[in-house]
Design a protein around this ligand. Structure first.
Ligand code: GLC
Ligand code: CA
Length: 552
């Protein structure tokens, strides 16, 4: 990478993104559900307290809300529960005043069954919108056209008795897939994209971008070779019975993503981010496009799905870095609104180490709301569940990951809403009051202060932000320790992470100073050759300029 390229790094390559889940973030009107005015009221926290650069706002479009708004019944309007178009304009204006970018969800793969397009499409075989969705005749002997299974459980095919055909729904029955092979669909959906970019969105996060094209012959998926389901995703067990080779990731998807990118590029400085499932790194890299004309930032979900093990993580990060084409840049996350929270998956101590990993890797980090507080998954009683993915037998609810943001130790409902606790969208965390923002702020031992510190160190360090990455095999390092360096010209950082529960001594042949530790009680800050890592401790070391001379 040349010095010039570094200077021209675009905003999304320097940013820390915050994933906000709108209904759970802050309720502005007392009905128990988070909304756009509530988000506007939280911008100072995001920009000044936490110090992030961009907010990815969960879907807020017209929706029956069976899949938290990923079931859209009107693309060009705001769901009244969340506010109005004017509230969106206010959000953009208020965010931009604070140098914060707004990224919106773009959901091109499917609509709600309540969308007027689908209502028309299902009305008759000859309706002009019939081919906007994927309709097929029953299999020759009757039954669904093929064996594809849905992430939400059961078949992806639903029979519509009125017209005697099946329609495809990769997710809920109420989420019919659009037919991107129909040029009218493509042009309508590209119109949706223009609508939000024109309205001031700084970018889009493309929902299930790898699924937009399916096998045009609708061949059966082969049975699954390895019986193990994906332990790190919350999918229905039905999904794991087959290899999903024909219902997604068809090579034609790259053409669609290039079209999407072309529209994004009609506007200045806008970013396209793709949600794509975990896959081998060379296949992941294809989403940048042959000439970097695909999406700007494909999510590196394989990292989320890597076991919390130093050797496995080291290998995967090498894979990620090695596969990133010159001039391209990844976007990283260690969790999101569909997965177990870090504090639950890894426990509270290793969740701190995970924060350090996420914020010190090469790639744009994405922080899920509440992770900066160490919020854990919260079991939600069945009667209060919102996620319709859990409604099918064997289905798993994602609600525990999506409970309200705990703002205040003293205000009702943790400051999330003035509503009656029974009317809250989802129940508030039992970790209150300790987990609240107000409890953690200015407590040097808190998770929030660790995140703030890491974000601010990253912001000031060219090495951490966009420097090179190299894994260091510390001689004699125990297997549960991951060490790497980041470099940009004179800025040289070494990151050493102890993923185990035993203290470790590393011989690193560097001199420097610890600038952040996950252990608030750490006292020794000078490093000379030897790094002592406490149990569950990660450190970022600022290496002395003359360290290498010294160790030659
Ligand atoms: C994505 C979203 C998930 C949603 C699904 C269907 O995976 O992250 O929440 O249920 O797409 O839109
Ligand atoms: Ca509300």
């Amino acid at each position: 990478m040349t010095a010039d390229m570094r200077q021209t790094r675009r905003w999304w390559e320097r940013a820390v993104i915050y994933e906000n889940h709108l209904p759970s973030f802050r309720d502005g009107n007392g009905d128990g559900i988070g909304d756009l005015p509530g988000l506007v009221a939280s911008l100072d926290y995001l920009s000044e307290v936490l110090g992030v650069d961009a907010v990815w706002v969960g879907p807020f479009f017209r929706s029956p809300l069976l899949d938290h708004g990923y079931d859209i019944s009107g693309y060009d309007d705001v769901e009244p529960v969340y506010g109005t178009l004017a509230d969106f304009d206010t959000l953009v204006e208020a965010a931009h005043r604070r140098q914060l970018k707004i990224i919106v969800d773009y959901v091109p793969n499917h609509t709600s069954d309540q969308h007027p397009w689908f209502v028309a499409s299902r009305s008759s075989r000859t309706n002009a919108k019939r081919d906007w969705y994927v309709w097929r005749d029953p299999a020759p002997g009757g039954g669904p056209p093929n064996n594809w299974t849905s992430e939400a459980g059961g078949s992806v095919w639903e029979f519509a008795a009125g017209t005697g055909q099946y329609y495809l729904h990769s997710h809920l029955v109420e989420q019919p897939d659009l037919n991107w092979r129909n040029p009218h669909v493509a042009s309508a959906l590209l119109g949706v994209l223009r609508f939000w970019l024109r309205r001031g969105a700084d970018g889009v996060r493309i929902d299930v971008a790898h699924m937009l094209m399916k096998d045009p012959e609708f061949r059966d998926n082969p049975p699954r070779r390895s019986p193990l389901a994906n332990r790190y995703d919350i999918q229905h067990p039905d999904f794991a019975v087959q290899e999903h080779v024909h219902d997604r990731r068809h090579p034609d998807v790259f053409g669609v993503l290039t079209e999407i990118r072309r529209v994004v590029d009609e506007f200045d400085e806008r970013v396209s981010i793709a949600e794509i499932e975990g896959m081998p790194w060379d296949e992941w890299a294809a989403y940048f496009g042959r000439n970097l004309d695909g999406v700007h930032l494909p999510f590196a979900f394989r990292l989320i799905e890597t076991p919390w093990d130093a050797a496995a993580l080291g290998r995967e990060i090498d894979g990620l870095v090695g596969a990133t084409p010159p001039g391209a840049w990844p976007v990283l996350a260690l969790g999101n609104h569909d997965r177990q929270r870090l504090a639950t998956r890894l426990g509270p101590r290793q969740a701190r180490v995970a924060a350090m990993l996420l914020l010190s890797l090469p790639g744009t980090p994405t922080v899920l709301y509440g992770d900066e507080l160490g919020l854990a998954d919260q079991p939600v009683p069945e009667a209060r569940q919102r996620d319709h993915f859990a409604r099918r037998k064997g289905g798993i609810s994602r609600d525990p990951t999506r409970t309200p943001m705990p703002w205040s130790a003293t205000a009702p409902n943790g400051g999330f809403s003035d509503a009656d606790p029974d009317d809250l969208w989802l129940p508030i965390s039992v970790q209150l009051p300790a987990v609240a923002v107000t409890s953690q702020l200015n407590d040097p031992a808190s998770m929030l202060e660790l995140y703030r510190h890491l974000i601010s160190v990253r912001r000031k360090s060219p090495a951490l932000r966009h420097g090179t990455y190299r894994r260091i095999d510390a001689s004699g390092a125990p297997p549960d320790v991951l060490v790497y360096e980041r470099r940009d010209a004179a800025d040289h950082k070494v990151v050493a992470l102890n993923l185990g529960a035993d203290a470790r001594i590393l011989h690193l042949a560097v001199d420097g100073a610890v600038v952040v530790s996950t252990r608030p009680e750490r006292s020794a800050n000078r490093i000379a050759d030897i790094v002592e890592l406490g149990a569950d401790e990660g450190v970022v070391i600022d290496v002395d300029p003359d360290s290498e001379e010294h160790h030659q």
